[in-house]
Design a protein around this ligand. Sequence first.
Ligand code: TXA
Ligand code: MG
Length: 337
Amino acid sequence: MENIRRIDPISPDRERIREAAEIIRRGGTVAFPTETVYGLGANALDDEACKKIFSIKGRQQDNPIIVHINDFEQLESVAQGLRGKIREGFERVWPGPLTVVLEKKNVGIVPTAGLDTIAVRMPAHRIPQELIRESGRPIAAPSANKSGRPSPVFASEVFEDLGTKVSLILDGGPAYFGVESTVVIFKDGEIMILRPGAFSAEDLKEIFKMKVKISGVSSDTPISPGMKYRHYAPEKELYLGISEETILEECKRGDALFIGSAETAKKINSESIVLGSRKDLYEVAKNLFPSFRKLDKSRYSRGVIEGFEEKGIGLAIMNRIIKATGGRKLQNNEKRE
Ligand code: TXA
Ligand code: MG
């Protein structure tokens, strides 16, 4: 683990940041925590550097990468700027876990996979902020997992997936939310959510005072290319338990590991992975991706996860659960679909 370095997430060590920024400027890759999940970063304006991200992750070439910026001036160096009411909204929410798809400026940025749009966000975490500032570059960074695997919440999970293929992994402790940013596009006076995430649909509506629509994930030609791939998935089979009865029945037999709320876990007399209380969906979100990795390391051949209310961050939680189960549901004892 010689490529992992500890760093304080609140007041990051200058020397360490300089070392990481130097790698970015020279066309290398650095993994770092953000307020959502860990990202695998490279200089967004360097073709060859961005190609490394795709090969390290095993990512499909047609899946564009989010570009991280520090201020509105830097935003305008890569994308058409934000105006009026939308700009005012972003002045309130940024830095934060909201990504916006904009028309791209003609600067030949590779991570956009040939699209004429670019996804941009301003992270609310000192480490990427300092890294962008010190390197003087916008940083392209997808989640730092192997393609298809759950996004990493801990530096050790980045190492588990990418090992020493990354030049440097900055270990700043756990990412804060545990789910990725919300990806949106503004169109015809409405907001379309392309990927639900840490920023809630309710807050979008409240801040931008616009109608919020959620794009269909199953569409054949999704606007957000990443949504069409199987994602966030454990290697073991995972089922969504439709009712508490079927979950209890399945887990009593002892061959499935329960993943869910503290409230339901109490009723199950077998081993389980507790995500948190139903009353604290932020806690549940933080523990979700790590629970998929725990399932893979457990002695169980499959897992049963319960559903959560699609309110606030719950919408992102359910989106990730459904992707992780690949649509498998547990209807009754024998019937699995
Ligand atoms: O929280 C996050 O967003 C994390 C941290 C590291 O910032 N990053 C992240 O990136 O989750 P990634 O690459 O794993 O997911 C980016 C998503 C994908 O679904 C991708 O298809 C979509 O954003 N996306 C990127 N550029 C796009 C574009 N120009 N148009 C539409 N969707 C885009
Ligand atoms: Mg990802």
